[in-house]
Ligand binder design. Sequence first.
Ligand SMILES: [Zn+2]
Length: 374
Amino acid sequence: MAASPNFPAPTRDLCGAMLVHRRLLNESMTYRAQRARIENRALLYETGRRSSTRSGVVTIPVVCHVVHNPADPSQNIDDAQIHSQIDVLNKDYRAANSDVSQVPRVWQPLVADARIEFQLAAQDPFGAQTNGIVRVETGKEGFDTDDAVKSANTGGADPWPSDQYLNIWVCRLGGGLLGYAQFPGGPPQTDGVVILNTAFGTTGTAAAPFDGGRTATHEIGHWLDLFHIWGDDDGACTNDDRVADTPNQADHNAGKPTFPHVTCDNGPNGDMFMNYMDYVDDAAMFMFSKGQGERMNACLEGARASFLVARQAAAGPAQPVGAAPSGTPRAANGAVPAQGGDVERLLADTERLTQAVLTEIRDALGLVTGRVSG
Ligand SMILES: [Zn+2]
């Protein structure tokens, strides 16, 4: 399918994460409440009143849903392209990317190893072996930020339990969108990231200048609670990304800027435009900051604590599962959710989250009192 008015060439300044964020804030009291709680927690980490208790590296199991229209075989990207994307994530989130050396000297001490790795799931929600890749045919020409790609009922693919897996949907996106993400605190049935198929990985159909795999690095940054580095205030300098070590900057950057680029009186060093959460070309972004690392820690030990406390679906032993009708979606813990039971799903998720937080509080108290929690 060639470019058309509905499918113009993508530009970085069409990440749809904030669109989704604002829509959910408008629509959902639950989301507003969750976001307030998540922000409070992030502030504790950001101000040093609370620090990360996790040691080592967390591995996030990933399921990649390739949603493709058979009329355009190029949408059905091959396994190698998907693996190339996972490789980029495992470099970028460990500060092991070769281009990290291009970070200006003044900011090199701020480069963060986020201690997060990604692995295509080895077990599906039923405990069966998988390569972590799901291929689904669609009759749709393409998708938008309306989450249609996240449900089989609307021409997409249903997610795997989003407290156990990072769901990545790869598809054709309209409107010049490169991708979008759902911030933590949103509905579990739409949780994950969506990436344009030609901006995914580094091989196959990946097209310059977004062929470095950095769209997924950026969108997963949102999934881990990072905001755009300029604060989405359209150049006003009034809002920032709620991370102290990233300079306040006016608006997003694009292409390959030259250092320094001064805005909002942030001289002499200017914008940290080489940050993954700006909008520059893939070849011009190389780092997360330590403050962003703390914000991701707050998320991983809070709203996404299930990835720390749950046994890793990618590598761990299968959860015991009982008999379920074929095709019945179920959580990785074996629970079969009520059909259409959003409330039940929400309650189950809340209960899991509460357990995770309680475990974490017990551990934190154990550190203070010297007692080890059971
Ligand atoms: Zn974005």
